[in-house]
Design a protein around this ligand. Structure first.
Ligand SMILES: Nc1ncnc2c1ncn2[C@@H]1O[C@H](COP(=O)(O)OP(=O)(O)OP(=O)(O)O)[C@@H](O)[C@H]1O
Ligand SMILES: [Zn+2]
Length: 478
């Protein structure tokens, strides 16, 4: 397997640090508002990576953090208590920061679940790891890489000049870097120094600060990922992921503080490209977002998953109003084949193995567009086998198609037409089969009126019956 490693700006061979196991950490959400489809694209990209590593026989530990304390969360909560607060959609009046964060965390989970992003092995919250963060800060201070603020803010900063490797992830020289905007520069040795710990401000609620050796305060954003990745995956682990927008400063800072504290940190850095809206990054602050719920109102979950997962994970994915049409047609092609194959062979079929061309594409830096081309090519071959009523070839095609859809997280295409509920799907299958059987008997008895009536009733219910050499087949009308 080969992946593009952002820190080396090249594709290189991937070998797990411990044979047979992979540790994957990817940055999760700052739960300050509703998810948008950009967030979900990021999660889908790493979900596909984890599924592929597992398919390749590796035991994968996935960690995705929840940033549940942050300036933006506190600001949104504070605004909700203000006199004359005119609650924008999705925000509530007088909502404590922890209630707001928890509520949106649930919204993210709901979106991930609906779109087939498997739950990570661990999903730690920043507020649950204050002790680990203190230990990391103490280590950095002892090693001469961090210091308490020079003013009375109660902050603690990372000393970027003390760490020769600072800038290595994004291949920049310290002097060329922008200042860290997270604190008053008067308390810093260098304006690029970033906050590890933020002293409590009188305007913040008491519940948003914790005691520490440096006084009450709360953690800096970058620090939490270092502390949690270290806790759950160890001081050296295989892959660190996140969106391309996080490379600098977030990931640069994570790397610097983790290495300065003595760990190796991530062996590979993988970054997903941005979802853009008519060319511009989809972002809460710009306000050009589309929520998963809005997309799900236009198309079913598999179509949305297909749309968000179809591009190469490193490329930009632009949303346009017509974007879902192509995905709908692609998913329908797969569904129709799966349904017809099941109807012809009389059983659900089971995922077998993915074709070698599919493996080659996925091994080559997760080339999903190429892998999808293989999937559609097998669907076409399967349709040819269906037309020839070649049950054995149909069974083979069905097995490989199911294996590929599983790797891509489209596996619930298996329940096509039944709103994703396997029991409903089975019930529909058996009711339609009984109708088709009754129609065949009517035809055998040359009772054409009865046969046509059955067909018309099925059509009225959205079930299209087609006669072929192998007997009648049915599909749901698009
Ligand atoms: N438009 C986008 N396209 C793809 N990935 C995104 C997009 N926006 C955010 N992400 C990724 O989603 C994950 C969670 O992001 P986070 O909560 O930090 O959002 P954010 O970058 O602050 O979003 P926003 O700019 O909308 O506030 C990160 O890995 C981030 O890189
Ligand atoms: Zn992070």
């Amino acid at each position: 397997m080969r992946f593009y490693d952002t820190s080396q700006a090249k594709v290189r061979d991937f070998t797990p640090l411990s044979p047979g196991r992979v540790g994957l950490y990817y940055c999760g959400a700052t739960v300050q508002g509703m998810p948008h489809v950009g967030h979900v694209r990021s999660a889908i990209a790493f979900d596909i990576l984890a599924r592929w590593l597992e398919y390749r026989g590796l035991e994968v530990t996935v960690v995705r953090n929840v940033t549940d304390i942050d300036d933006k969360i506190l600001e949104k909560s504070a605004a909700s208590f203000a006199e004359g607060f005119d609650a924008p959609a999705d925000y509530r009046e007088r909502e404590e920061w922890f209630a707001l964060a928890y509520r949106f965390e649930q919204e993210f989970l709901r979106a991930y679940d609906t779109l087939g992003v498997r739950r990570p092995t661990y999903e730690p919250r920043a507020t649950g790891h204050i002790t680990e963060m203190h230990e990391l800060i103490v280590e950095l201070i002892e090693r001469g890489h961090a210091y308490p603020a020079l003013d009375d803010s109660g902050d603690v900063y990372f000393d970027v000049r003390s760490w020769a490797g600072y800038g290595e992830l994004t291949r920049q020289k310290v002097d060329d870097l922008q200042d860290a905007s997270d604190a008053d520069p008067r308390g810093k040795r260098d304006p690029r120094d970033f906050a590890l710990w933020k002293g409590h401000k009188a305007t913040d609620p008491q519940s948003a600060s914790w005691p520490s050796p440096w006084g009450r305060g709360r953690p800096g954003w970058h620090l939490e990922c270092s502390a949690m990745a270290g806790k759950y995956l160890g001081s050296a682990f295989d892959i660190h992921g996140g969106g391309l927008d996080l490379r600098f400063p977030h990931h640069e800072n994570e790397l610097a503080q983790s290495r300065a504290a003595g760990g190796d940190f991530a062996n590979f850095w993988m970054h997903n490209g941005m979802v853009t809206y008519e060319g511009e990054k989809m972002s809460k602050s710009i306000g050009n977002t589309i929520s998963p719920a809005e997309m799900l109102a236009m198309a079913e979950p598999r179509v949305v998953r297909y749309f968000l997962g179809q591009a190469h994970y490193r490329s930009q994915l632009d949303y346009r109003p017509t974007s879902l049409e192509e995905a709908t047609a692609a998913v329908e092609r797969i569904d129709t084949f799966v349904r017809n194959a099941r109807s012809l062979t009389g059983n659900d079929g089971a995922a077998t193995e993915v074709p070698v061309e599919f493996s080659a594409a996925m091994d080559d830096d997760l080339n999903v567009p190429q892998a999808l081309a293989v999937l559609h090519e097998r669907v076409r071959a399967g349709n040819t086998a269906l037309a020839a009523v070649d049950a054995s070839a149909v069974t083979t095609a069905l097995g490989t198609v199911l294996a590929m859809t599983e790797v891509l997280g489209l596996d619930d295409v298996a329940t096509a037409g039944a709103a994703g509920d396997p029991a409903a799907s089975a019930a529909l299958e058996s009711l339609v089969a009984a109708q088709i059987e009754a129609r065949a008997q009517a035809r055998a008895a040359k009772d054409w009126a009865a046969a046509d009536a059955i067909r018309d009733n099925l059509a009225a219910a959205g079930v299209v019956v087609e006669d072929s050499a192998g007997g009648a087949r049915w599909t749901l009308a698009p």
